[in-house]
Design a protein around this ligand. Structure first.
Ligand code: PGA
Length: 253
């Protein structure tokens, strides 16, 4: 049985007070089970605070992005992977569709960032997903396969065995339009099969999260799918009750 994960991507939301409330609420109210990792990904400026508040609670902390450069240097505004590890982050999201669309991160940059994350001792959550246009053109599998293959070329089987994949159809993110459990399962199976071409054991062990308008009332049916190993939650992760309810859904699998 694969370990499940429920991860919250706060995006550009939060404050000192919010971070404190959210992490202490989750740490005190959620019964954290060993077989379901609970992860929060606040904005970079709140990571150290979140990591300190989460210490020894079972709540894990991850970043939403990292610099593509590994070593210190003249890169104004960037946050390096080693800095994230230094302040207690264990995970980092790479290749979120908002970074791909708004900050021109292409498959090669995403692959490189996954490698930089691994080298810094972080677990990359590698996001893949198709746009509505690509889905309607029948190209979802092709797009996702290309996104995965670019990462495979850089991190290989060893890298993947330390990573997590998140399938996030772009048309389902922040839209209230969730993929049906069957649509999610179909693509998750494609992802696992593609990784199995590299290494069957790695693919079987891979955690593949679904993201895109996951809410307390649809989480259980999505998580119940064979190849869905949890969720990457945006909007609903900003409400402690909703996020806790989604976390509880992952425990029922
Ligand atoms: P959403 O976002 O849950 O608000 O749709 C998911 C994500 O972007 O990770």
């Amino acid at each position: 049985m694969r370990q499940m994960m429920v991860a919250g991507n706060w995006k550009m939301h939060g404050s000192v007070a919010f971070t404190s409330d959210m992490v202490t609420t989750l740490a005190s109210k959620v019964v954290i089970k060993e077989n379901v990792t609970l992860l929060v990904c606040p904005p970079a400026v709140y990571l150290a605070q979140a990591a300190a508040a989460a210490a020894h609670s079972g709540v894990h902390v991850g970043a939403q992005n990292l610099a593509s450069v590994a070593s210190p240097g003249a890169y104004t505004g960037e946050v390096a992977g080693f800095m994230l590890a230094d302040i207690g982050c264990q995970y980092v999201i790479v290749g979120h569709s908002e970074r791909r669309a708004l900050y021109a991160e292409d498959n090669e940059i995403v692959a490189h960032k996954a490698k930089v994350a691994l080298d810094a001792g972080l677990v990359p959550l590698v996001c893949v997903g198709e746009t509505l246009e690509q889905r309607e053109a029948g190209k979802a599998q092709e797009v996702i396969t290309a996104q995965l293959d670019a990462v495979s070329a850089v991190i290989g089987v060893d890298g993947w065995s330390q990573a997590i994949v998140a399938y996030e159809p772009v048309w389902a993110i922040g839209t209230g339009r969730t993929a049906s459990p069957e649509q999610a399962q179909e693509i998750h199976a494609v992802i696992r099969a593609r990784l199995a071409e590299l290494d069957a054991g790695m693919a079987t062990a891979m955690r593949i999260l679904y993201g895109g308008s996951v809410k307390p009332d649809n989480a259980e049916s999505i998580f119940s799918q064979l190849d869905v190993d949890g969720g990457l939650i945006g909007g609903a992760s900003l409400n402690a009750d909703d996020f806790a309810r989604i976390y509880a859904c992952a425990q029922t699998k």
